[in-house]
Ligand binder design. Structure first.
Ligand code: NAD
Length: 252
């Protein structure tokens, strides 16, 4: 994979999990990286830590402008901040629907809107959205979360079409269940965390969770000049969960 020296990147939700792994990898390849997060206090150097709430437009605009000013422009935007929700279509109150769609979908709209004037000036402009297996497979107890990620998938394609002639590529990654602090919180809250982890492992044909570093590697590829001809794609990093249909192990 080509180096990223000279490129300037913003990663939302970059203080934890997939976002932090991505920010570290981008910096490791030579990019200058700003992390936008609700709580960026633990973000390690040399990452530039900026506090921002993707559900608040003035906060996003101020942080993106500051990132562009301090990094000297922007080439890469990773729209990764997101929150979860559990339940069927009967379970979540309207306020929660508005909140999750506000963060997971409009959060990407706000950050991209603020970043586009800078991205248009780059000769290696790329946006990568963190989508999910939930956009392409029906998962139980994830009605609201899945609706938000389905919207992210469609938004990715529409943005790719709108900005291709401006030289801005737009792609997304679709992780399967990834071993991040988010999933650790879900496991901690389960009645039987070990059984829950075993069930999540078993749902993926590889028999294990995806790592944050594996998702980050896919994001960094899509963000890099190595992917110069790639736009409007969804790259699954899901241990085979979307594409494979295995027979039970005993019958294979
Ligand atoms: P995480 O909870 O470890 O990290 C998410 C980060 O986003 C946190 O640092 C949090 O502070 C930040 N954040 C949340 N709301 C924000 C807001 N309003 N403004 C700014 N920052 C905010 O989660 P993760 O597992 O690394 O998930 C990252 C992305 O990956 C999410 O979009 C999630 O939907 C997606 N994803 C995760 C999995 C998984 O299994 N972990 C699978 C598929 C997709």
């Amino acid at each position: 994979m080509s180096g990223l020296s000279g490129l300037r990147a913003v990663v939302t939700g970059g203080a934890s999990g997939i976002g932090l792994a991505t920010a570290r990898k981008l910096a490791g390849r030579g990019a200058s990286v700003a992390v936008l997060d609700l709580d960026p206090s633990g973000v390690p150097r040399p990452l530039l830590a900026l506090e921002a709430d993707v559900s608040d437009d003035p906060s996003v605009r101020a942080a993106v402008d500051e990132a562009a000013e301090r990094l000297g422009g922007l080439d890469i935007l990773v729209n990764n901040a997101g929150i979860g929700a559990q339940g069927t279509v009967e379970d979540n109150p309207d306020e929660q629907w508005h909140r999750v769609l506000d963060v997971n979908v409009l959060g990407m709209v706000r950050t991209t809107r603020a970043a586009l004037p800078y991205l248009r000036r780059s000769s290696h402009a790329a946006v990568v959205n963190t989508c999910s297996i939930a956009a392409t497979a029906g998962l139980p107890q994830r009605a609201l979360y899945s609706a938000s990620k389905g919207a992210v998938l469609s938004l990715t394609l529409a943005m790719a079409a709108d900005h291709v002639r401006e030289g801005v590529r737009v792609n997304c990654v679709n992780p399967g269940t990834a071993d991040t602090p988010w999933v650790a919180r879900l496991l901690d809250a389960a009645n039987d965390p070990e059984a829950e982890r075993a069930a999540l492992n078993a749902r993926q044909p590889m028999g294990r969770l995806v790592s944050a570093a594996e998702v980050a590697a896919a994001i960094v590829y899509l963000a890099s000049p190595a992917a110069a001809s790639v736009t409007g794609t969804a790259l699954a990093v899901d241990g085979g969960m979307q594409g494979l249909r295995l027979r039970p192990a005993a019958h294979s």
